[in-house]
Ligand binder design. Structure first.
Ligand code: CDP
Length: 203
């Protein structure tokens, strides 16, 4: 069984994907980490994420970069968002994601284009959203010390770039279930996600 979880930054998709993986006993891939690895690689070598050739070269990274705490910063998120708009970057990371999705026994993948591009034949697809304000509030709590307004501006910039790009833009697949977590606790969102997936696989 393949479960695709897509959605914008801080929508809760990562937490939901992890909970689904535990509940259905499936391996999970956070595909944002692949793009973040490219972003971190570029920033560390002083290169511009807008430079397509440099971004493609940055796709050859050692796996241990994905465990580096620096990969979680918003600066790396923005660099990842810029680098991920290059079609050649998406192509370079495609096989790794498809292979993970197609492994025997199934998998959970979370990202922006899992239901639309990486695993269009997934058994269940969730599109997890929340209002920009709710998402900025969550990030503000995680990141303590950064102003709410700055976080909200970053979230809006990233939403616009991710949704507006030509290559695999962030959008809900036609056959995905929408899960709006704006007014849900984590537990309630996870319960709802499990119920939606179970309803899909029973069909
Ligand atoms: O956790 P957060 O939502 O902040 O971001 P992420 O999932 O770690 O992804 C970082 C950036 O990588 C996103 O803003 C996207 O631009 C890009 N990305 C993508 O293009 N496709 C994916 N499947 C996953 C991430």
């Amino acid at each position: 069984m393949i479960i695709a979880v897509d959605g914008p930054a801080a929508s809760g998709k990562g937490t939901i994907a992890k909970a689904l993986a535990a509940y259905f006993d499936l391996p999970m891939l956070d595909t944002g980490l692949l793009y973040r690895a490219v972003g971190l690689n570029l920033l560390r070598s002083g290169q511009d994420p807008a430079d397509e050739a440099a971004a493609v070269t940055a796709c050859s990274f050692a796996d241990d970069i994905m465990a580096d705490p620096a990969i979680r910063s918003e600066a790396v998120g923005q660099a990842a968002s810029q680098a991920s708009a290059h079609p050649a970057v998406r192509a370079a990371l495609l096989k790794r994601q498809r292979d993970f999705a197609k492994q025997a026994g199934g998998a959970v993948l979370d990202g922006r284009d899992i239901g639309t591009v990486i695993a269009p034949d997934a058994d269940a697809k969730l599109f997890v959203t929340a209002s920009p304000e709710a998402r900025a509030n969550r990030r503000a709590k995680e990141e303590g010390g950064v102003s709410f307004d700055a976080i909200l501006a970053d979230i809006r910039a990233r939403d616009e770039r991710d949704s507006g790009r030509g290559a695999a833009p962030l959008r809900q697949a036609e056959d995905a279930d929408l899960l709006d977590t704006t007014d849900l606790t984590i537990d309630a969102a996870v319960q709802r996600a499990i119920a939606l997936v179970e309803a899909r696989i029973r069909r």
